[in-house]
Structures are given as C-alpha cells and as structure tokens.
Design a protein around this ligand. Structure first.
Ligand SMILES: Nc1ncnc2c1ncn2[C@@H]1O[C@H](COP(=O)(O)OP(=O)(O)OP(=O)(O)O)[C@@H](O)[C@H]1O
Length: 424
C-alpha cells in the first residue's frame, strides 16, 4: 500500500506510435511524443541526430509480431527519464500500461527500473483495454483499439482483461499508411519523397533543433517517421471524407469537395478529386481474406533484422476488424457475450475515420444472432485517441485505488516478482 500524502500519480502510456504522459486526475496527457523518435540519450527529432556508431533513432518496440515487446530498454529508459524531466515529475507514484500480450518478464524489468532508477515511491501496471473501458464508465466491455501497430480486440469483464480471448490484427494505422503510400506513388509515378522541413504543421519540432537536413533520406528511422507522419497528415486532413462501405467510386467522387488538393512533403500536389481510390484505402480494415504475407509476418514497417522465423502466435490474425472482434467474442464465456456486444468500446487514434463505428456496428450485427444487439460506444476526438490514458488518469485519482499500488517497501521486501503476481 502506498501511504504518501499526495496521490497525484504520473500516468504513462507507451504505444507503438505515440507515447502519452501526464498527471492522474487531468483530462488530457500533458506530453505526447512519437515513440519512434526515441534513441538512447535523446527523444524527439534530436533522436534522429544521435549518431552513435552510425545508428540513428532505434525503435523501443522493434518486433512487428509483438508490438508491445520492449526490445530496446535503453531507449525506453530515455523516453521515461526525458518525459519525467520535461514534466517535472519527481517522487510520484507511476502507472504504466500493458496491452496484455507483452512478454511475461517485461513487467519485472519495468518494475525494477521504476524503483531502482526512477525512485518511484509506488508503481502500478494496468491493462490498456480495462482503462479504455473505464474511461467511458464501463467495467465490462469489448474494447476494440485501433492503433498504429495493429488493432486489438479485448474482452473486459468486471475490470479484468480476458487475456486468452484477446485477438489482434496487423491491419492498423501503419498498414494503412503503406497502402496509402502505394496508391499515392502509383498516382504520382514516383517514390514518396520525404523532406522534414515540409512535415505537417511543424508539430514534431525538436526542442534541441535537430539538423535534419544533414541526414540521409535513406536512413531508415528517419524515412519511416517521415512516411508515417506524412500519411497520418493525409488521414487527418481528409479523414472526414475517407470512406468505408463498399461504395461505388462515382458516389465517392461526389463526396469529395471540388479542388481538393493535398500537397506532399516535397511539394508535389495530389489532386484528390482525380483519385477517388485514395478515399477508400481505409476499406482495407474490412476486406476479407489475408492482406499480408502471413499473420506472423505482417511487417507493418519493414523492420530490418527482425526474426522472420518467429513462431506464429494464434492470437495474431490477418482478418477484418469485425471478424477480429467476433473472434475475441467467441473466446469469451457464452454468458458474457450479450453484455460485451452491448458495450463495444471503440478507441485509439486509428479509429478516427468518420463512419467507422457505424460500419463496425453493421458488420458485427450481420454476424451475430438477431437476439444480440451491438452497441458501439466511443469518445469524441482526443478522448477517443487517448482513451487508455484517460482511464489511467481517472483510476489513479480514485481514493479507493490508493491501496492497490505496489509500494517501494513491498518491492524492497519481495522484489520485482511481486509485480507479476500483483499485475497479472
Ligand atoms: N484522424 C485520423 N484518422 C485516422 N487515423 C489516424 C488519424 N490520426 C492519426 N491516425 C493514425 O493513428 C495511428 C496511431 O494511433 P495511436 O496513437 O492510438 O497508436 P498507438 O497507441 O501509439 O499504437 P498502438 O496502439 O499500436 O500501440 C497512426 O497510424 C496514425 O496514422
């Protein structure tokens, strides 16, 4: 039990694409950083310049088959310590999140680092899906989280995540980025050029003013970051018009505002009116049949040196979003299924295409018995993007939660193995 005077906890969500940091009780995270731009010793664009042994920014998560496995602990520590120093967090209990499919020893290592390196007075690891459900006031829900690394469907019953029923797919935001990139390259007839100085809205400016122009555009982390930032910008700027449903191309053309031109980072204009097929790229989320080579070899980003011979994971599927949710549902207890479907929580920034909730509802309804009712709940705007973080913020501010922390005294007495028992 943590018995400090203040409970203002530090809430941390480290996602494949974005990391969020902030204070328990707050409505939004106070710091958001692209996770890709983390390297031993630096975060943000300056990470791209940390030219150690010729390696620029390396990913914290480098295993495309398990997008929550921390493969670079130095980079993870850097992300934590720089966020802590930027937000002036010290001596606060820390809550981090786990999606339910990270390797078993990861929690132990994180616990050791939190107590030994960051001197946290108390620590807690919660599940993303339980927190997302919690952010919408639900203890029981089927949580469908659309992130950058993939989509995850997780049944949550009374706040407990059913790990064995969890299902994830590779068709997340990164996958759609690559589809969009392919369509754009076909239209323009040339590879997507990346120029950091033309990146959207100056959002990713480094606090230490990295000299990106000196970096080679073939450098992998740099290229990955620029491609995804650019495609994300396209999704954001045209998100309202991006369409689901098996629509007739002529119908789509009618929906696109006249003179809609998107400028690529190198200045090349793409007249979107002339390319309505750009608008149906998100439809890949609902397409039947495998779209990647094999479920265990999805390569959402072409990670060099990744272990292509890794054994396939039965929870990792290459299926449309509604089948993913249905598969997770079928693994849950029969008695809970009705309630889960009535409380389908859609979250993650990758779920922000307009009409996604309606489409998911329609497809799932068609797959389930007529006595079942599907009801999709989702937050608005950033509430939907930051659902897990917001759930963590609410949880840590509850008086009744304070006795659940793993305290430093307990850690000193029992060690980090207690974390595995306490946070299953
Ligand atoms: N307006 C938008 N419409 C659709 N997709 C978007 C929009 N804005 C951002 N995205 C996509 O959302 C994805 C990132 O989502 P999010 O921040 O929830 O992921 P994450 O939590 O870091 O990843 P993960 O859940 O896989 O660990 C990116 O692929 C990005 O391109």
């Amino acid at each position: 039990m943590f018995c400090g005077d203040e409970t203002g906890a530090y809430v941390v969500e480290t996602g494949w694409t974005n990391s969020r940091f902030g204070w328990g009780g707050a409505a939004d995270p106070c710091l958001q950083i692209p996770t890709l731009l983390t390297h031993k010793g630096s975060i943000g664009l300056s990470a791209l310049n940390s030219n150690e042994n010729g390696n620029h920014a390396t990913r914290i998560f480098d295993n495309p088959n398990n997008t929550s496995e921390i493969t670079n602990w130095d980079a993870w520590e850097t992300l934590m310590s720089q966020s802590i120093s930027q937000t002036l967090c010290s001596d606060r209990p820390i809550l981090t999140m786990d999606p339910g499919f990270s390797p078993p020893d990861q929690k132990e290592t994180q616990t050791e680092i939190m107590f030994e390196k960051f001197q946290a007075p108390a620590y807690f690891i919660s599940h993303n899906a339980a927190l997302s459900a919690f952010s919408l006031g639900r203890h029981t829900a089927m949580v469908v989280d659309c992130g950058g690394g993939g989509n995850v469907a997780t049944p949550v019953i009374d706040g407990i995540v059913l790990k064995r029923s969890l299902r994830r797919s590779v068709r997340g935001g990164d996958f759609l980025d690559l589809q969009l990139k392919e369509v754009i390259e076909k239209k323009t007839g040339k590879p997507l050029a990346v120029r950091p100085e033309r990146l959207p809205s100056g959002k990713y400016k480094s606090p230490t003013n990295a000299h990106l122009s000196s970096l080679s555009a073939s450098e992998k982390a740099y290229r990955d970051f620029c491609v995804h930032a650019s495609m994300t910008d396209f999704k954001k700027s045209h998100g309202v018009s991006l369409q689901f449903a098996k629509v007739d191309m002529r119908e789509v053309s009618g929906l696109i505002p006249d003179g809609s031109v998107y400028e690529l980072p190198d200045g090349t204009p793409v007249n979107v009116n002339e390319h309505p097929d750009l608008y149906v790229v998100p439809e890949a989320m609902f397409m039947e049949g495998p779209l990647t080579k094999t479920p265990s070899d999805p390569a959402p980003m072409d990670v060099e040196g990744s272990d292509q011979s890794a054994p396939s994971d039965p929870s990792l599927l290459d299926v449309p979003l509604h089948r993913l949710a249905h598969s997770a549902l079928s693994e849950a207890d029969v008695d809970c299924r009705k309630e889960l479907l009535m409380n389908l929580v859609l979250c993650g920034r990758g779920s922000r295409f307009s009409g996604l909730d309606t489409r998911l509802n329609k497809e799932l309804t068609a797959m389930t018995p007529s006595t079942f009712r599907v009801k999709v709940a989702s937050g608005k705007g950033e509430e939907r993007s930051n659902a897990s973080w917001i759930g963590g913020s609410i949880l840590t501010s509850l008086g009744s939660f304070q006795q659940l922390w793993l305290s430093k005294a307990e850690y000193d007495e029992y060690g980090s193995t207690l974390a595995v028992q306490r946070f299953p």
